[in-house]
Design a protein around this ligand. Sequence first.
Ligand code: NAP
Length: 310
Amino acid sequence: MSTQIYDRITLIGLGLIASSMALAIKRAGLAGRVVGYDRDADVCETAREIGLCDEISDSLHSAVQEADLVVLCVPVGAMGEVAAAMAPALKAGATVSDVGSVKQAVIDAVTPHIPENVHFIPAHPIAGTEHSGPAAGFAELFDNRWSLIVPTEGSDETAVAQLQHLWEGMGANVSVMDAGHHDLVLAVTSHTPHLIAYTMVGVADDLRRVTDSEVIKYSAAGFRDFTRIAASDPTMWRDVFLSNKEATLEILGRFTEELFALQRAIRTGDGDTLHDYFTRTRAIRRGIIDAGQDTDAPDFGRGSKVGSKA
Ligand code: NAP
């Protein structure tokens, strides 16, 4: 039985997410043809060399003009500009989607450019690593991860269902969510933790009493995990914070209050508060493992592949 969901899928921005999608789509035979486009000629060359798609197009217009589904896989801050540039070439009845880590800002930037006869259905796979570029992708990236679909007002139900089947075919579990809620949830689960990791690694770098070699040599699991997260793509994360400003600031405010409370408990020797707090957080970790979203193995069993999720 054929598992093909779209005749032709075009992926724009051939980085980690697009390359993983191309491989996952190929693995399950979800498209008749996968076309790729990137503004960077070197990226296109690498994608051709590794046979990432059935075709790598030299122009944005030729890449999208026959596509049934176009997925924007560029940084959040570039979504609007790419949508504007490709809009005149889109086929009537096509669906445009994206994989951006922030949803309301992408909806605001992209929607004005989408022609009336084209569906726009934003999405966000909660799966990633700290690696970038067309060679970073792997077909299993989305397996048993969540992909959130964020329909806009009046989204066509058939087109939403088709996109949902695509993500399920790539191995993901799918949930439908509104943009505001998505941005708040991700501020808690991904965006603020990334900012904290960036800060912690920056602090270690500032502490000149601890030499670079000591930071590397004695890096314990906590700090090692921070450094992995803090190695994530600078452009992508700059855009995430600039476009999910309100929710991130709200969560950072709460984080700062909790940090002060723990700081006070340490200063005053209030062991009960610390113990109760750590007992509560341990239960959250257990819940994540029970939900199959991480492993209990030492070093979180991550090896080199599965890493930060935006
Ligand atoms: P990536 O590996 O850095 O790839 C992005 C690609 O898009 C790069 O090749 C970049 O080229 C290209 N690009 C940038 N602007 C472009 C434009 N105007 N036209 C065409 N191509 C353009 O990024 P990624 O990690 O795959 O992330 C892509 C999207 O997925 C982002 O929106 C991100 O928020 C989202 N996302 C990421 C993760 C994650 O963990 N990495 C997880 C879920 C969702 P240049 O190098 O020339 O800029």
